[in-house]
Design a protein around this ligand. Structure first.
Ligand SMILES: [Zn+2]
Ligand SMILES: [Zn+2]
Length: 553
């Protein structure tokens, strides 16, 4: 009898940073690991977020036995609300991870009820025909887990997002001993985070950031301090709270998600705010500036977040002064560099001192560098390895590292979104592909296609030109009442000039088309569109989106 096989479907996160999602199929059961979103590039006009294509899962909704979340970051949980709409199922994860996800799902007001199962560190859960063990790992959000998934093909380890931080803020280290034990017992397949696979050495400990922040605050006794960081980075926030406590400063939390996450963190015991005095933003004016630390969102230059509002002087209660020191305790996610740069410039314009990760080590990544990845490979020693979670080049570097660590290159597989791998106890092979296109979400819950996005790019780059007119066929063919309107470009000539050209050329084109018979309105518009397009490209060297409204009477 052939070995039982297990199939792995990569729905997102391979070849990009974001929309992490994969599915494992064993017999009838399908287990989903993470359901994340991705943020758009600036050229994706009007797009709010990008999701994995869930078509394959939706078509098999009744076979999905659960979604396991490795941790609470948006690139792992942010697409849940869209998945659960069509695939109602149970969500498994650490209490904090579930807490973050629940918050977002409640905002989304899903129609059906969602079942949540909170898991503890080291716990093993039977989910359908799978056994899933939640192994503690350190990352830039508390309570992250790697997963050991026992299948009929053997144990599959999914690293989640991780680093090996030996001095984490909550003293909860990655369970290296457990990973080693699993490695000793034999791991069929390793799937591991590739984000920092290009970086040699080791990722700095989160504690080292606290040391820097403490020094910067103590050196600035007479200044107001504003620190921006990810609202989900509770360990960063915890360190700031400790510094505030030690230096006798009050804390003001700015930004909706910062307030909500700190509240959740305190409720779950992830944040110790004992002895910290919190003040609200509307009382900042009455407080000695040197006696407060403001902790805010917006470290990625997000236009609506607190820091951008401060930079634009657009906050009701708080205006930035020359006596403020603003620390961006973060590193821009690829694609955000430009907006972060603008925010920093604007803060400088207001006279503030600005400190960011290029100036002082005020940030540490949450992802393993080569040193830690090598340790992981040494501990696990899998039969086969697939790099996940990263840009294509990062996955290639991770694959090279696996080979360097002793794995034969025919046991290392580069996969991309949509790829399917079939694994048995003794074999592994590629098994086709499934749909994995970008699924664009455009304001609210609206979907947007690639075609619409292309049109938006055309509009943005070339503008739009509309030609309207009336074709009379009796007594003779004539184009009358032509109007031309343009948006998004102007080449210095008057619209009259363009209108005259359009009028002449369109009339000629329609006339010659009429010679071979009558002309429908649809045909007339098509001809007009083509003619105007050609005229614009030839005479004006422009390619605006051409719209026509030609009536035939
Ligand atoms: Zn993460
Ligand atoms: Zn991630």
């Amino acid at each position: 009898m052939a070995d039982s096989s297990v199939k792995i479907y990569f729905l997102g996160g391979l070849g990009e940073i974001g929309r992490n999602c994969m599915a494992i199929e064993q017999g009838r059961d399908i287990l989903v690991v993470d359901a994340g979103l991705m943020f758009p590039e600036p050229s994706m006009y009007g797009i709010d977020i990008i999701l994995p294509d869930f078509t394959w899962l939706i078509e098999r909704a009744e076979r999905v036995v659960g979604v396991v979340l490795t941790h609470g970051h948006e690139d792992h949980t942010g697409a849940l609300r869209y998945l659960l709409r069509d695939v109602p199922t149970t969500i498994y994860g650490a209490p904090l991870t579930i807490g973050f996800a629940k918050h977002r799902l409640m905002e989304a007001k899903l129609p059906g009820s969602v079942a949540y199962v909170e898991v503890q560190d080291g716990e093993t859960r039977k989910i359908g025909s799978f056994r899933v063990e939640f192994i503690p790992v350190t990352h830039s959000v508390p309570s992250a887990h790697a997963l050991a998934i026992t299948t009929e093909a053997g144990v599959i380890i999914h690293s989640g997002d991780f680093k090996f931080d030996q001095t984490p803020i909550d003293h909860r280290r990655s369970d290296i001993a457990r990973l080693a034990a699993l490695g000793d017992a034999g791991v069929r397949l390793l799937l591991a985070d590739s984000t920092n696979a290009e970086q040699p050495g080791y990722t700095a400990s989160e504690s080292s950031v606290g040391v820097t922040l403490r020094r910067l605050v103590l050196e600035r006794q007479d200044r107001r301090i504003v620190i921006a960081c990810f609202a989900s980075h509770l360990h960063r926030v915890q360190q700031i709270l400790r510094i505030a406590r030690e230096s006798g400063r009050k804390v003001c939390l700015l930004g909706r998600s910062m307030e909500a996450n700190v509240k959740l963190g305190r409720k779950l015991g992830e944040i110790d705010a004992e002895g910290v005095t919190f003040v609200s933003a509307d009382s900042l004016d009455d407080i000695d500036p040197a006696s407060v630390i403001v902790v805010c969102t917006g470290s990625q230059g997000e236009p609506m977040a607190a820091l951008s509002r401060l930079a634009r002087q657009d906050d009701r209660f708080f205006s930035v002064r020359a006596s403020d020191t603003i620390i961006l305790s973060s590193h821009p996610i690829p694609g955000n560099e430009w907006s972060v740069g603008r925010v920093i410039d604007d803060l400088h314009r207001l006279g503030a001192e600005v400190i960011h990760s290029d100036i002082e080590p005020v940030h540490a990544s949450g992802h393993a560098r080569q040193g830690e990845l090598k340790t992981l490979h040494q501990l696990i020693r899998p039969v086969d390895f697939i790099p996940i979670h990263g840009e294509y080049r990062q996955m290639i570097h991770h694959a090279d590292l696996a080979v360097e660590m002793g794995l034969a290159s025919d046991h290392v597989w580069i996969c991309e979104d949509g790829d399917v791998m079939e694994v048995t106890a003794s074999s592994i092979k590629r098994a086709g592909t499934i749909p994995a296109e970008y699924h664009y979400i455009d304001g609210g819950d609206g979907d947007t296609s690639d075609q619409i996005l292309d049109e938006r790019r055309m509009l943005a780059e070339h503008g739009v030109l509309q030609v309207a007119g009336v074709v009379t066929t009796k007594p003779s063919l004539k184009l009358e009442g032509v109007t031309v309107s343009m948006r998004g470009w102007f080449d210095g000539k008057s619209t009259d000039d363009i209108r005259r050209h359009c009028e002449n050329e369109v009339e000629d084109a329609l006339l010659s088309a009429m010679k071979s018979g009558s002309l429908s309105e649809e045909e007339a518009n098509k001809i007009a569109r083509k003619t105007v397009g050609r005229l614009m490209g030839g005479k004006y060297r422009r390619q605006p989106v051409v719209m026509t409204a030609i009536a035939v009477i």
